[in-house]
Design a protein around this ligand. Structure first.
Ligand code: NAD
Length: 497
């Protein structure tokens, strides 16, 4: 782990917990917001105030960013593929160089330990820039052979000014998934981080400059839902890529439609099933089930929080799962401590929400493990599992977004597929078995955008990421992400004269 200020070889980067970035980044300069409204952020390890003067971008600030982006777009879209690639690669290596500092800027408001989450999500942002940089000269159009004297070619055109609105649970990782394909395909990009975790994003300014992005190409506006709404309804922003909750996603789609029919990608919530058949490898099964629930204190959209175990292994699975979760709970604590594996929930509101579900859950199923707060300050909570929860219950149907799972027993493949598909979510699913035919059968029967076989709650940059049903609209990662930030243009050539 690098020191707070990193071994700064390249960009001047002086941000840290003691020197927080608190300005908007517009047109490659840090500027104060026009309005006087500010955001307050707290450290979830003890609920202490981190800052009460984070700027909230209003209409004039959003307009200024859009104007700068519009000015930058004609030149940026024409940058040679190699020039754009080199800027993206340099940006990725600057993120890596400052990984320690960036993850600390997130940790002081998210509470995730560096080794179990911070390092991963900052690394994901850097890798996303490298991966998308590699696509720049390969994401090509098509040429259709002459037909009746006409040749047709397609070009992948950038959309213009695009924006990303991201949540608090992966503040920089989600930036990588949106900004990198947007910029790789020649768009300008405006980022709005979550009001709960704004600092890593706001700190990117010096790295954006040092990488060589021209002014107006990549800008950061901190703010809350009101800033997000200004972006989603802006008449000159052509695309918004959103990650967050289903209710907000629906509002964004509505605002996009009511304004200028901007393109929308929605990465929303989940309540993902993991199905463990009698013939699975139990060590592997329990290990994935525990990680799926405990990573980032369960605040992961694709966490497998509905666990289905077949009759024959139910007793042994439950014993091992419970023991492993209780072992993990011993390492809940201060995210600054090197031995900590699980940090607190993000803030008081999330703590009230999760504990509310747990309290109500006591009458909806049998508490197998957990259920309690850890310590008396900060928002620490034990990994919690309820057994025997029927599909009509709130804790079965609703995304809790904390370390809370429901565990059910099943007899047959048909029965478990019906159960697994019985929510409005469809982000991730997992099937654990050593029978390859059954694995593929079940994988294809799940209503979900992503399925793990003998693994669950994981993702790769190389393949589409996203959900079916109400878990989302469109895909990130892989080639799909570039498609989502471009539009084909068909050019028809008359070859007959
Ligand atoms: P949220 O919907 O409350 O907020 C997400 C972002 O939207 C924030 O930046 C917020 O300021 C902004 N926002 C809020 N109201 C808005 C409005 N009216 N108009 C425009 N923007 C608005 O979600 P959250 O609590 O930050 O994140 C948790 C949710 O995100 C969970 O449901 C989780 O499953 C989901 N999530 C999904 C994925 C995925 O890829 N599918 C990944 C991470 C998180």
């Amino acid at each position: 782990m690098s020191s707070i200020n990193g071994a700064s070889k390249g960009a001047p980067f002086e941000f840290s917990a003691k020197n927080l970035p608190k300005k908007l980044f517009i047109n490659n300069s840090y500027i104060a917001a026009n309005g006087a409204q500010t955001l307050s952020v707290y450290n979830p390890k003890d609920n202490s105030l981190v800052a009460d003067d984070v700027p909230l971008a209003g209409q004039p600030d959003v307009d200024a960013a859009v104007e700068a982006a519009e000015k930058a777009f004609p030149r940026w879209r024409k940058f040679s593929a190699t020039a754009r690639r080199d800027i993206m690669l340099k940006f990725a290596s600057l993120i890596e160089e400052h990984s320690g500092a960036l993850s600390e800027l997130t940790r002081i408001t998210l509470g995730a330990p560096y080794d179990t989450f911070g390092k991963f999500e900052v690394g994901l942002a850097a890798e996303a820039f490298k991966y998308n940089a590699g696509w720049i000269d390969k994401f090509v159009g098509e040429a259709v052979p002459q037909d009746g004297g006409f040749m047709q070619i397609t070009r992948n055109e950038p959309l213009g000014v695009t924006a990303g609105i991201v949540p608090w649970n992966g503040p920089l990782g989600t930036v990588g998934l949106k900004a990198a394909p947007a910029l790789a395909t020649g768009n300008c990009f405006i980022l709005k981080p979550s009001e709960k975790t704004p600092f890593a994003a706001l700190a990117l300014g010096p790295l954006i400059q040092a990488a060589g992005f021209p002014p107006g190409v990549f800008q950061i506006l901190s703010g809350d839902g009101s800033t997000g709404a200004l972006i989603a309804s802006h008449m000159r922003i052509r695309k918004v890529s959103f990650t967050g909750s289903i209710p907000t996603g629906k509002k964004i789609q509505e605002m996009a439609a009511r304004s200028n029919l901007k393109r929308v990608t929605l990465e929303l919530g989940g309540k993902s099933p993991a199905v463990f058949f009698d013939d699975c490898n139990l060590d592997n099964a329990v290990s994935w089930a525990v990680d799926a629930l405990a990573t980032n204190t369960g605040q992961v959209c694709f966490a497998a929080t509905r666990v289905y175990v077949q009759d024959g292994i139910y007793k042994e699975f439950v014993e091992r799962y419970k023991a492993a979760l209780e072992e993990r709970a011993k390492f809940i604590g201060d995210p600054e401590n090197e031995n900590t594996l699980v940090g607190p929930l993000v803030d008081e509101a999330q703590f009230q929400r999760v504990t509310g579900f747990i309290e109500r859950g006591l009458s909806q199923g049998k508490l197998l493990t957990g259920g309690n707060r850890v310590g008396d300050k900060g928002f620490y909570i034990q990994p919690t599992v309820f057994e025997g929860v029927t599909s009509d219950k709130e804790i079965f149907q609703q995304e809790i977004f904390g370390p809370v799972a429901v565990l059910n027993r099943f007899k047959t493949e048909e029965e478990v597929i019906e159960q697994a598909n019985s929510t409005e979510y469809g982000l991730m699913a997992g099937v654990f078995t050593q029978d390859i035919n059954k694995a593929f059968r079940v994988a294809s029967a799940f209503d979900s955008g992503m399925v793990g076989i003998n693994c669950v709650s994981l993702t790769f940059l190389t393949t589409p990421f996203g959900g079916s049903k109400q878990s989302g609209l469109g895909r990130e990662c892989g080639r799909a992400a570039l498609v989502a930030f471009t539009e084909p243009k068909t050019i028809m050539i008359n070859m007959t004269y």
